[in-house]
Design a protein around this ligand. Structure first.
Ligand code: ZN
Length: 231
């Protein structure tokens, strides 16, 4: 059994496994921005609020205009000279006074509505800016991840090429044994140095080392189950 060749293959296989895990970790991070849907909903809600606020401004403005027109009409009648009846004049004066009294709160309401609308539009603009900024950051990160992905993918491919070359040099029987072991654990072959198994750090019984050194057939470490290669 070509334990040295299998060990070389194992080293590359382990590195390839590691690179594949890195690749998966990068791929897991590549996606559409998860926050965008919620942000879009908030922007839409804010736009609706701004539309309603604008409508509120138009209504408040119309109310003020109507009140002003009424004052004008009353004022014109009062000073037109056509009304000479004392009582009617007094009534018109009272009307004018009360209409003028009503005007300031209506104008105030219009100012408040304008302010509310301005706030609603500013909040909407702020949310849109937030979306732009968040997307910029997200897209920059995604570009980095794609570069990272390409780099790791290249390493995986390179390891795969090396695996091909190494496997071509090994016998079918050795490869069958190796593949069978490797389905259970990443490490198949462990070096024995100074009577110690490198797979598990256990000091091996002398008889096991002797049998492994002979190398006529594969000997497993009694502790970790690796195929022992005495150097
Ligand atoms: Zn061991």
């Amino acid at each position: 059994m070509d334990l040295e060749g299998l060990q070389q293959l194992q080293e590359i296989d382990i590195q390839r496994d590691q690179a594949k895990r890195e690749l998966q970790a990068v791929l897991d991070q590549i996606s559409d921005p998860p926050f965008i849907e919620q942000l879009e909903a908030e922007i839409e809600a804010q736009e609706e609020a701004a539309r309603q606020a604008d409508q509120g401004v138009r209504e408040a403005h119309a109310i003020v205009q109507t009140a002003q027109r009424r004052i004008e009409v009353t004022d014109n009648r009062l000073y037109s000279g056509s009304i000479t009846d004392h009582r009617t004049l007094e009534e018109l004066q009272r009307d004018l006074y009360s209409q003028r009294q009503q005007l300031p709160p209506l104008a105030e309401a219009e100012t408040r509505a304008s302010y509310d609308a301005q706030m609603a539009h500013e909040a909407g603009a702020w949310l849109k800016q937030l979306r732009t900024d968040a997307l910029d950051v997200w897209n920059a990160r995604q570009s980095e991840l794609q570069v990272e992905r390409d780099g790791v993918q290249e390493r995986v491919d390179e390891f795969s090429r090396q695996v091909e070359v190494l496997r071509d040099r090994l016998s079918q029987d050795d490869l069958a044994t190796y593949d069978q072991y490797r389905r259970r654990r990443p490490q198949v072959v462990a070096t024995v140095a100074g009577g110690v198994c490198a797979g598990c750090r256990l000091t091996l019984p002398t008889i096991v080392v002797t049998r492994a050194r002979r190398g006529s057939r594969a000997v497993e470490c009694p502790s970790c189950g690796c195929l022992l290669r005495v150097t």
